[in-house]
Design a protein around this ligand. Structure first.
Ligand SMILES: [Zn+2]
Length: 130
């Protein structure tokens, strides 16, 4: 039997972001998130957490920490490479990778029986963002 974990750390983080902790935290299904994350491998979990917390090793971050002289994206050379830019970079290879990932995500959402309207909503949100 799974023991219910203490989510006080997550609630403190929400509070530090200006959320109304008790009202907002109660809207989140912490147990479902915990179960989903526990199914991921170590690499996937690390990648997602870095993405969520904007800890990707971007050129912008490297320059800020004195590890690089340039903060410009090395693929497109058109923009500062931030976490947002990594997801929106229009370099041909990045567009291919993002399209492939989006395709895989569509298939996974469909294969796990997600409610069709929710599928459409989530996929539209991702396509609008990218
Ligand atoms: Zn770029």
């Amino acid at each position: 039997m799974r023991i219910r974990r203490d989510y006080s750390g997550e609630m403190a983080a929400l509070n530090s972001w200006g959320a109304n902790t008790s009202a907002d935290a109660n809207k989140i299904n912490w147990m479902a998130i915990d179960v989903a994350i526990s199914r991921w491998g170590k690499y996937q979990r690390g990648s997602v957490l870095k993405c969520v917390h904007r800890w990707w090793d971007t050129a912008e971050r490297k320059k800020r920490w004195g590890q690089s002289e340039s903060n410009i994206c090395t693929l497109c050379n058109l923009s500062v490479e931030t976490s947002d830019h990594v997801l929106k970079c229009k370099h041909e290879e990045m567009v291919k990778v993002m399209n492939q990932l989006l395709h895989e995500m569509k298939n996974k959402i469909k294969s796990c029986g997600t409610y069709p309207l929710l599928q459409k909503n989530k996929l539209n949100s991702i396509e609008i963002f990218s």
